[in-house]
Design a binder for this molecule. Structure first.
Ligand code: SF4
Length: 79
């Protein structure tokens, strides 16, 4: 699994950090960023929960061997 935040979509709602605080954190701007791009398997359920709860689809999860689910223009500004 790989994960990133599409920061041009993030609105700082904070659900991702609450769901997976070892993987996501909000910075001083209030936007979230991924603390790691490759979370350990133990964190995968929390990452999936975060992706499901994000109101704007900014938690972008790529499973091994799968294409990135984000739109191409979402790739400019990520963390
Ligand atoms: S849940 Fe989504 S909108 Fe809220 S901080 Fe996380 S990435 Fe941003």
């Amino acid at each position: 699994m790989r994960v990133r935040i599409a920061r041009d979509l993030c609105v700082g709602a904070g659900q991702c950090e609450r769901s997976a605080p070892e993987v996501f954190a909000q910075d001083d701007s209030g936007l979230s960023r991924a603390l790691t791009r490759t979370p350990p398997a133990a964190q995968w359920p929390a990452v999936h929960e975060a992706a499901g709860l994000c109101p704007v689809g900014a938690v972008v999860v790529t499973e091994d061997g799968a294409a990135d689910r984000a739109a191409p223009d979402d790739r400019r500004e990520t963390s």
